[in-house]
Ligand binder design. Structure first.
Ligand code: PAF
Length: 304
């Protein structure tokens, strides 16, 4: 297999997150206050929504810039660690939370409003509604994390209905999530444009993730095997290698670096269906655990 081309396509990394900049960002907690604040901007303002679970890094701040680039005149970020998208054995309790630092970062990024609802605001007693996106939500992360995408679908629907943005921006690192959001937004005829933002990577190629802070120094070094294996498999497939062989080689490289056997390494089409050959543009996705940290990543695979 030809050596991987690294770094992967790097998106410009926005200014580093500053935790010292004092936050001047207005913060609202309830849907009523959110709507009042947005109404104060006047009916004509084109609002962009950047949904987050906090623990913000440069990748999140790039979403704010992406909202502006897509035409948002005002940008609202939401910060909500959504319990419905965590499984019982997952990291809900230890998920990093630092609202003050997040507000400060968003101030620096030019965000206009932070909406940080409580769990009781989002899911009051008696809450009983769920949304499942068939097929798209079943495989890949849906198989490894049962119920995860139902949790994402219900919370994103609630965020969109509450804020009523013209644009909502999501990172391409969560490629399956983005496909599912596009699907239910179309199925439910929600009047919002969904914008996907390119993955932001550290200079050595590791995709930024709020969960990277769980990695020890040694795990952080070994985690590079994930983007490197994807880059190598992409180059091999584009160069004419058998898809199955390239995926097997990537799986072996990831495992050899000290990851558990990956949950998946897959080449999929626009409907997230496996591609046995590179018959058109595809996406190469992988998820694997190193130590206690589960990482995901993906790259575009475009035929020459
Ligand atoms: O990608 C995330 O951070 C979350 O899944 C989202 C979209 C904010 C929903 O909780």
């Amino acid at each position: 297999m030809t050596p991987p081309t690294l770094p992967l396509t790097l998106s410009p990394v926005p200014s580093p997150v500053s935790s010292t900049l004092p936050s001047t960002l207005p913060i609202v907690r309830t849907v009523a206050d959110l709507r009042r604040h947005i109404a104060g901007w006047g009916g004509g303002a084109r609002v962009g929504l950047v949904p987050t679970m906090g623990a913000l890094h440069a990748g999140h701040l790039a979403l704010v810039a992406e909202a502006r680039a897509a035409g948002a005149e005002r940008v609202v970020a939401s910060l909500f660690v959504n319990p419905k998208q965590f499984g019982p054995a997952e990291d809900l309790d230890r998920y990093p939370r630092d609202e003050a630092a997040d507000a400060s970062s968003l101030t620096g990024a030019g965000c206009d409003l932070l909406w940080a609802p409580s769990v009781a605001d989002m899911y009051p007693p008696g809450f009983a509604t769920s949304i499942a996106v068939a097929h798209l939500g079943d495989g890949l992360d849906g198989a490894a994390r049962p119920g995860h995408f139902d949790g994402v679908a219900i919370v994103v629907t609630k965020l969109l209905l509450a804020a009523g943005p013209a644009i909502a921006v999501f990172g391409e690192k969560d490629w399956q999530q983005l496909a599912i959001i596009r699907r239910f937004v179309a199925d439910l005829t929600l009047p919002v444009e969904i914008v996907g933002a390119p993955i932001v990577r550290d200079p050595d190629g590791l995709a930024l993730s709020s969960r990277n802070i769980y990695l020890s120094t040694d795990e952080r070094r070994r985690a590079l095997a994930l983007p490197r294996a994807l880059a190598a498999a992409r180059d091999a497939i584009v160069g004419g290698a058998e898809v199955a062989a390239a995926l097997a080689e990537a799986t072996a490289a990831i495992t050899a670096a000290g990851f558990d056997v990956p949950d998946y390494v897959a080449l999929v089409d626009g409907d997230l269906l496996p591609m046995a050959t590179l018959a058109g543009p595809g996406r190469l996705l992988a998820a694997a655990r190193i130590g206690t940290t589960r990482l995901i990543d993906n790259v575009a695979v475009v035929p020459r």
